[in-house]
Design a protein around this ligand. Structure first.
Ligand SMILES: C[S@@+](CC[C@H](N)C(=O)[O-])C[C@H]1O[C@@H](n2cnc3c(N)ncnc32)[C@H](O)[C@@H]1O
Length: 267
């Protein structure tokens, strides 16, 4: 099986080596990533920059002992989902799960579904694995890589019943808007990977990103809005509260939640 190779640091080093070469130029608080693709020689604008973050000893233990069970390597082959989870069940994908608390809570609440989480922040992945261990769940796997490439390379077309994108990085400065993950290219990929009737669930606490999401989704003929809520953290749409949501609420932000469904006959 492709998954489960290379535990711990060795795995992370391999993932980094496989990753494209990234040169980060930090200008005050405006990090800019110039990415050179050493296979295709084109510039890639990513929706994240690598955040510095210390791995705690318990998170390191999670990489050493839990990653072989929970971790899935990024490569360019389509995942064999039945082999990966040892069964056939509806698959939910969460992109940018942060510390993974929401992901683990949802996986524990829905043992009849399988959950796949994608994140690039190593301490968050470590935290998520520890939570999964404590919850005693077996229906969760994790990929440490850029979600755009995972969607493109590894997720089988028509395989997802639901994709959760909770509080994606808002990239508030205008010159960084091109980094926002919600964009036509992302929607095309997501629509292809969703099964018929599958849903894209998004939440944000940034008013300007909410406008952007409304705008981009209203222009897409591949999704229709099933539900849209604007609230103060008190009416989340079919999801637990997240860490970044709590952070936004403490700053006095409002919350926007959407459920978009893939439109019929658009494959
Ligand atoms: C603002 S945080 C939100 C975390 C979590 N969903 C929450 O609500 O607490 C956004 C997360 O998305 C991750 N992220 C951004 N772009 C990503 C990408 N292309 N692939 C994987 N993870 C990504 C970041 O590392 C970060 O942890």
């Amino acid at each position: 099986m492709r998954a489960y190779a290379n535990p711990g640091n060795r795995n992370l080093r391999a993932a980094r080596a496989h990753f494209r070469i990234e040169i980060f130029v930090s200008i005050t608080h405006s990090p800019r990533a110039v990415t050179t693709d050493n296979r295709n020689h084109h510039r890639t604008i990513r929706s994240f920059v690598r955040r510095a973050g210390r791995i705690t000893p318990s998170q390191q233990r999670a990489f050493d002992t839990l990653w072989p069970m929970l971790g899935v390597d990024h490569d360019t082959g389509i995942l064999d989902l039945e082999r990966l989870f040892g069964r056939s069940a509806p698959l939910v994908l969460e992109i940018g799960f942060g510390n993974g608390e929401t992901l683990v809570e949802q996986a524990a609440a829905h043992p009849d579904r399988d959950f796949l989480g994608i994140e690039v922040h190593e301490p968050g992945i470590g935290h998520c694995m520890l939570k999964a261990e404590a919850a005693g769940i077996s229906n969760l796997r994790i990929i440490h890589h850029d979600a755009m490439e995972v969607l493109r390379d590894q997720i089988p077309p028509g395989s997802l019943v639901r994709l959760n994108l909770y509080f994606p990085d808002p990239w508030p400065k205008k010159r960084h808007h091109k980094r926002r993950i919600v964009a036509p290219r992302f929607l095309e990929l997501v629509a292809d990977r969703l099964a018929a009737g599958g849903t894209l669930n998004i939440a944000t606490d940034w008013a300007n990103y909410a406008e952007h999401i409304d705008d981009v989704l209203s222009r897409s003929d591949r999704f229709e809005c099933v539900e849209r809520r604007e609230h103060d953290g008190d009416r989340p749409l079919d999801r637990p509260q997240t860490k970044f949501e709590r952070r936004g609420l403490r700053k006095g932000h409002r919350i926007w939640d959407w459920c978009f469904q893939k439109t019929a006959n658009n494959d």
